[in-house]
Design a protein around this ligand. Structure first.
Ligand code: SF4
Length: 488
């Protein structure tokens, strides 16, 4: 009989094949580059959840028999909070994040880094409570302890209020009787042959499946333009596939009705980029000097700087290319030194760099605009300059979306999709830091006291080159749209 854990049952609930591959062909799983960071954040939240329950005892034996025995022993003692209490029933093992005395019973809480209760948390908690009750523990209620985004960190390691406890007892009550069937189904799958489930929406819901590359070997074929490259195709993509169109180039004239879809289809079929003359007209009408601006931010589940919230986007770096009417370009930049809250110095340097006139180009304006508004709220003395700069922002993304398409963009108007079609020599693959996620990781490493001076210098160099590339890319895109891009 296969031993099952809660996570294995959840894997089976997502997709039978996922559990089967996890147990029988684990070498086929792709590495998730973010799993270590997620794991570390989860640990940190778990540690805080325990700190907030004084007088508790942690069941930390790695040996499961020992953990079961330790749990049973502590439960016979006068009641006090238990962390990682371990239970087993019908060969299924669970460890409860928090088990808290509640009169003669126990309150069980699962700690999650999410900001609200999600459907899969209910499945997770149903398994947990079913096993715990079956092991003989009377539960008064079951909760999810999740991040409260209204929490503002006051500093000094005070995290009371970081976690909100949501009672889910009533929601999981109808799920608990289903748990034995879930267990039987998971065992039956493991005892059988590869279920060979076809890929579908389950591959990313509720988690990205690490076997996607194995199950979908043809995904990412550069020579194919599947219906999904049509923007926001949704159901239409399914319909087109059902009609036998695996590549949009084979779709006949008249089948598509949305002008945006027709534009993508036509450009792809003819292998010819589209650039409307309106884009040039629009850009030529803009004043000088022109600023091309981009921010990098870092998010913490558990805030580390006083005055910040969980998951807040804290800006730590900007790059700005400044172009004058003659085409001369200067580059300005800011990167926090990693010794404390970067926001004030970031905002001051930004205000000084942006001057008082001329359009400020960004790519996807809501991001920069929101960060600047947040800075204005935090630093009222800088608010007039920041708000005036916000009024000068021009978003290049909707201009690109409306007036430009190249088949190589494969249905995406992100700057990293647009740039190779305009300036292929500026691809990001020569950079050590090549996307926003890597920038965030690099800065997180700079913040670590144990990071060596040499490593910090290397990371700073990577960050500076990356952010500069982003804003230079915008210069090139704007010039291309305007018809003034002469390869540099
Ligand atoms: S990739 Fe999709 S089909 Fe394959 S195991 Fe994972 S969830 Fe199942």
């Amino acid at each position: 009989m296969h031993g099952l854990s809660k996570s294995r049952i959840l894997a089976h609930r997502q997709c039978p094949r996922r559990l089967w591959l996890q147990i029988h062909r684990p070498e086929l799983a792709e590495e998730d580059p973010w799993s270590a960071a997620r794991f570390a954040a989860g640990h940190q939240v778990g540690d805080i959840a325990r700190d907030l329950q004084p007088g508790g005892v942690l069941i930390d034996a790695e040996d499961l028999k020992q953990a079961l025995a330790d749990t049973a022993r502590v439960l016979r003692e006068p009641p006090r909070p238990l962390f990682e209490a371990t239970f087993q029933a019908d060969g299924v093992l669970v460890r409860a994040d928090l088990l808290l005395p509640d009169g003669n019973e126990w309150r069980m809480a699962e700690v999650k880094s999410a900001t609200k209760v999600k459907p899969y948390h209910l499945t997770d908690a149903a398994v947990q409570s079913w096993v715990t009750r079956k092991a003989g523990v009377a539960l008064s209620r079951v909760e999810i302890a999740h991040i409260d985004t209204s929490f503002i960190y006051p500093g000094d390691g005070r995290y009371e209020g970081l976690l909100a406890h949501t009672d889910i007892t009533d929601e999981i009550a109808p799920l608990e009787p289903e748990v034995p069937a879930w267990i039987d189904a998971a065992r039956a799958t493991l005892d059988g042959a590869d279920p060979e489930t076809a890929p579908g929406t389950q591959c990313s819901d509720p988690f990205d499946c690490p076997f996607f590359g194995f199950c979908s070997p043809d995904e990412g074929d550069e020579d194919i333009y599947p219906p999904e490259v049509l923007p926001y195709a949704g159901k239409l993509a399914d319909e087109l596939r059902a009609e036998g169109y695996e590549d949009i180039r084979s779709i006949p004239e008249g089948r598509l009705s949305s002008p945006k879809h027709i534009r993508v289809w036509q450009a792809t079929r003819d292998n010819t980029p589209v650039l409307d003359a309106e884009a040039a007209t629009l850009l030529r009408g803009m004043g000088w000097p022109r600023y091309y601006l981009d921010f990098e931010t870092i998010q913490f589940v558990v805030p580390i700087w006083a005055g910040t919230r969980p998951y807040a986007q804290v800006p730590f770096q900007w790059s700005c290319h400044v172009e004058n009417a003659t085409g001369d370009v200067a580059h300005l930049e800011y990167l926090a030194d990693g010794t404390g809250d970067p926001r004030r110095a970031f905002a001051e340097a930004l205000v000084a760099a942006l001057g008082t006139e001329g359009p400020i180009f960004v790519y996807f304006a809501p991001f920069e605009r929101t960060r600047m508004r947040e800075l204005a709220e935090t630093y009222p003395d800088l608010a007039p300059a920041l708000m005036a700069a916000i009024d000068r922002i021009v978003d290049l993304l909707p201009i690109a979306r409306t007036h430009y398409y190249h088949p190589e963009m494969r249905g995406s108007w992100s700057i990293k999709a647009v740039l190779p079609s305009i300036a292929p020599e500026l691809a990001y693959d020569d950079l050590e830091v090549a996307d926003g996620g890597m920038a965030q990781s690099a800065f997180a490493e700079i913040l670590q006291p144990e990071t060596s001076t040499e490593r910090k210098a290397q990371l700073r160099d990577g960050l500076l080159k990356y952010c500069e590339r982003d804003t230079w890319a915008m210069v090139r895109v704007a010039r291309h749209f305007q018809g003034t891009d002469h390869a540099e």
